[in-house]
Design a protein around this ligand. Structure first.
Ligand code: B12
Ligand code: SF4
Length: 491
């Protein structure tokens, strides 16, 4: 019997080429540990044309594709169709097919879906690939029977994370070391040490995908796994992208203490107290990111059930103020049931936070109705019509924010167009102390007035000048100096 070969494809947007394909790595590790051959194909969404020839050369028995909800849905369907035309068997995994297995299987080019964690379900599928009768007993699998009926099996129990630790030799790590913190660290690797999250945020995929169960590698195993590659590849910082790295704080701090490299991680605001801040400082934390989500306590409590309050956020931001740790936070607008006044409350809250701590950075986006999570049903009640075909979910792209939000009952067009720019400018105005910019933006937020946005355009252009690596470039230096004089910036 020849060894089965599995190609694992994941597509990334151009700006994310340095993020290692962690899902494919875990899956390839499980397959190779069990004697199968696996090839990771990690390609830019703009370069999917070249995948076909790579697949033909490899000639796999099965092709796995990793798909989220968002803009690569359409590209993934296109790719699936052309691969299918080549006669290959195709399985989709990751969040989107896990949340919408039936809709995914209605796409003729998809033969199987794996729901939830993939290691053991994929292994069983590969072992039984030539025995369709066995498909019915593979937990976590969805497939089509010989009459093309869609069969969705029971969910699989969560695996013990320590059974599968990434075999880093399956990728060229050098390709995934990226600069971070304005080039302060040049060889930064993204890693994950746990899965899921025990909280109940009603907009989050975790509710359905991880059933609110948090599972983690033990500190000992993850240290054993990461320490050798940190040394071998001279990695100078790590970014932990766990959904919730600090659920077990003792475990998290043991990991970062032992690995002893600067790091970035995400946390919840209520975790922050003096002891937590001291531990962050002592373990060389460079940046900590929070889901602030909203400046309205009603939204936090009644709508998204975040389990935190604006008071918790203010406390966290205050306690971290003198720590030299960069604090970033994300806000989400346009939750079903959110009023225009509550949107304004969030914008004003951002100003309040910046007055407390001017070393803050924000990301913000408009609510996306991820299939299955609690608020998805509220969005439907309020007018959202979920796409019926897998490829039509590509509109729901957080960065474009140009999708129709039928669940919002007020005119969101201008806020969608300008909120992100205003927030970034607010952060700049406070960080660089630009009184003119602060006053204009305060006025805009207070009155929710986005008309004649000439100031927004001009300052956004100037913001880019600030971000230039200008010190080395005499031309940029002159512009920066003139701008500072003109608007009286205090450093
Ligand atoms: C890193 C990351 C990215 C990176 C890289 C993603 C990549 N190529 O791996 C970038 C920046 C590109 C990215 C972009 C986006 N992301 Co993202 N991202 C993440 C993040 C933080 C980590 C992903 C990860 O590596 N996890 C660790 C691995 C081990 O877990 P896993 O991915 O779940 O994989 C397991 C299973 O899902 C399954 N599986 C996964 N793939 C496959 C494939 C097969 C064949 C099989 C059988 C099984 C299987 O098995 C794996 C092992 O058990 C997650 C949050 C999180 N902590 O998971 C969000 C997350 C996955 N992203 C999300 C989203 C929505 C996006 C965007 C669509 C955002 C947008 N623009 O709107 C884009 C889409 C990008 C794209 N190309 O499709 C959502 C997904 C929700 C959903 N309903 O789909 C998440 C969960 C964040 C969130 N909380 O909302 N993302
Ligand atoms: S705390 Fe974060 S990861 Fe956990 S459920 Fe809420 S949004 Fe999701």
């Amino acid at each position: 019997m020849t060894t089965k070969k599995i190609a694992l494809i994941s597509l990334y947007p151009s700006e994310a080429k340095d993020i290692p394909p962690l899902a494919s790595l875990y899956l390839a590790t499980a397959l190779t540990m069990n004697g199968f051959d696996a090839k990771i194909i990690h390609k830019n969404t703009e370069a999917i044309g070249s995948i076909m020839s790579e697949v033909v050369d490899y000639n796999p028995d099965l092709i796995g594709m990793s798909v989220f909800t968002g803009y690569n849905n359409k590209k993934s369907v296109e790719l699936s169709k052309s691969l299918k035309a080549g006669g290959y068997k195709i399985v989709w995994g990751n969040a989107h097919p896990s949340l919408l297995p039936e809709q995914t299987l209605r796409e003729p080019s998809v033969d199987f879906v794996v729901m939830g964690e993939g290691e053991e379900t994929l292994l069983e599928l590969v072992k039984n690939l030539d025995a369709p009768g066995k498909y019915y007993s593979i937990k976590g699998l969805g497939f089509k029977d010989e009459k093309d009926n869609i069969i969705i099996n029971k969910k699989r129990e969560f695996i013990n994370p320590d059974s599968y630790l990434i075999d880093w030799s399956l990728i060229n790590i050098e390709d995934y070391l990226q600069p971070y913190f304005s080039n302060k660290y040049k060889r930064v690797l993204l890693v994950t040490t746990s899965r899921g999250c025990p909280f109940n945020c009603q907009f989050c995929y975790n509710l359905v995908f991880n059933n609110r169960r948090w599972r983690a590698h033990s500190a000992k195993k993850i240290i054993e796994n990461l320490k050798p590659i940190i040394e071998k590849y001279k990695i100078d910082a790590l970014r932990f992208i766990d959904d919730n790295f600090f659920v077990d704080k003792e475990r998290a701090f043991e990991i970062v203490r032992e690995l002893n490299v600067p790091y970035f991680a995400e946390a919840r605001v209520e975790y922050v107290d003096e002891g937590f801040v001291n531990n962050l400082k002592e373990t060389k934390c460079q940046e900590i990111m929070f889901g602030f989500e909203s400046g309205s306590d009603r939204i936090l409590k009644e709508v998204i059930k975040k389990g935190t309050t604006t008071k918790d956020t203010i406390r966290a931001v205050t306690l971290l103020k003198d720590s030299k740790i960069m604090v970033s936070g994300s806000f989400v607008f346009g939750f079903p049931g959110e009023t225009k006044e509550e949107y304004r409350e969030t914008m004003e809250f951002i100003i309040k936070l910046l007055k407390i701590n001017n070393n803050l950075a924000f990301t913000c986006g408009w609510y996306l109705p991820y299939p299955g999570a609690g608020l998805y049903y509220k969005a439907i009640e309020d007018g959202f019509k979920p796409p019926e075909k897998i490829e039509d979910w590509d509109k729901f792209d957080r960065w474009l924010s140009n999708y129709k939000m039928d669940w919002i009952k007020w005119d969101y067009n201008l806020p969608v167009k300008y909120s992100r720019r205003i927030i970034h400018l607010l952060a700049l105005a406070h960080k660089r102390n630009i009184p003119l910019l602060k006053s204009i933006l305060n006025w805009r937020v207070k009155n929710l007035n986005f008309s004649f946005p000439i100031d927004i355009y001009i300052f956004s252009k100037l913001r880019n000048i600030y971000l230039f690596s200008g010190d080395k470039n005499i031309f940029n230096k002159i512009i920066r100096w003139s701008v500072k004089q003109a608007i009286k910036v205090k450093q």
